[in-house]
Design a protein around this ligand. Structure first.
Ligand code: IPM
Ligand code: MG
Length: 372
């Protein structure tokens, strides 16, 4: 029996190609794992009305962790149109399987390191080393949304908060509402993870990015909890910034920042910017990590435009695999993989189109494997 059981979820589009690339590298590393294929993605939405079938959830429950390629997501109406005729008009509503996996398995920590590898021509600046900790289960992604806005709920909210009164002339089917849910538990555990990481890897600061001057209650709670948690880490300075200004500062002085922690939606935004600073989504890895289980996925999507061409940069997926190896406790393999990726980038001979080369996805994987 293998040491690990890894749910293998290529998903859609280029997800399939980058997972093939990572298989080459994992085989070369000789990880003692069984890879269990699991269905997820657009195809299963169209044919079964369920992009995350129950059988996949059942497989995940038997695995050490999951590795995931990419997924296609479309807004509600467009998604409904692509269902097979038998499933049309059944009232099925598409919801992102990765967001559901995060919530279902309580993978509250979305870890997104963005590091400028020496020699990467796409680096915005050298010496960038950002690690984004994004809360992954609540905030604006709570999924608690209303449209049309139910009258009884509306009446209750107006009673509890007179600010709602300002919208009283708007009809219920002209208002959509999303609930930004921040819990003390959610805030505390993600902020603590960020501080623990800063402590372990020697980052002098943790930047808590929110908007407490406007979102007084939700960002306010994040801020209060941030200040409490910071007391347990006297050697690390807590910087508090607002999301809008932080976007500007990240572009201006990215090397001033290290560990960044924030709520779900802000984290989604910050992590794409951070990715672009180090070469774009082709370099952005991520781990969805809970206390006992984790699913690793590159930050990028399924890139339908490039599907089937083996053109895209697999480094995001390879760096994601590196995060998985670390989480599994296979630190030697994790470090070896990162060194090999760094060497191929620095050498500059095997490069995908985004880096100005014409090597394929699998060429890069083979070059990395060749250095292991
Ligand atoms: C990400 C992605 C997802 C998100 C999408 C695909 C639902 O943008 O992982 O950052 O919004 O979290
Ligand atoms: Mg995103």
């Amino acid at each position: 029996m293998s040491k690990y059981r890894i749910a293998w979820m290529p998903g859609d589009g280029i997800g399939i190609e980058v997972m093939e690339a990572t298989q080459i590298v994992l085989d070369k590393l000789g990880l003692d794992a069984e890879y269990v294929p699991a269905d997820i993605g657009w195809e299963f939405w169209c044919t079964e009305g369920e992009p995350l079938p129950q059988r996949t959830i059942d497989i995940l429950k038997t695995c050490t962790c999951g590795l995931f390629g990419a997924i296609t997501s479309k807004p509600k109406e467009e998604a409904a149109k692509e269902l097979v005729p038998e499933l049309q008009d059944k009232g099925l509503v598409y919801s992102s399987p990765i967001v559901r996996l995060r919530q279902l398995f309580d993978l509250y920590c979305n870890l997104r390191p963005c590091k400028a590898f020496p020699g990467n021509p796409l680096n915005y600046k050298d010496d960038i080393d950002l690690v984004v900790f994004r809360e992954n289960t609540e905030g604006l992604y709570s999924g608690v949304e209303f449209y049309p806005f139910p009258d009884d709920l509306r009446a209750k909210i107006t009673e509890a908060n007179p600010k709602m009164d300002r919208f009283k002339d708007i009809q219920s089917n002209d208002i959509a509402v999303s609930l930004r849910v921040i819990t003390r538990r959610g805030a505390e555990r993600i902020i603590r993870k960020a501080f623990e990481y800063a402590k372990e890897f020697g980052y002098p600061t943790v930047t808590l990015v929110e908007k407490p001057n406007v979102l007084r209650e939700t960002s306010g709670l994040m801020r209060r909890v941030g200040q409490e948690v910071a007391k347990d880490f006297p050697q690390i300075e807590l910087w508090e910034t607002n999301i809008d200004a932080q976007m500007m500062w990240l572009l201006k002085n990215p090397d001033d920042y290290g560990v960044i922690v924030t709520s779900n939606m802000f984290g989604d935004i910050v992590s794409d910017l951070a990715a672009q600073l180090v070469g774009g989504l082709g370099f952005a890895a991520s781990g969805n990590i809970g206390d006992e289980f984790a699913v690793f996925e590159p930050t990028h999507g399924s890139a339908p435009k490039y599907t089937g061409q083996y053109k895209v940069n697999p480094n995001a997926m390879l760096l994601t695999t590196r995060l998985m190896l670390d989480w599994l406790g296979e630190s030697d393999m994790a470090q070896a993989l990162e060194k090999a990726i760094a060497a191929v980038i620095a050498e500059g001979e095997v490069r995908t189109y985004d880096m100005g080369g014409n090597s394929s996805t699998l060429d890069v994987a083979n070059a990395v494997a060749g250095r292991l």
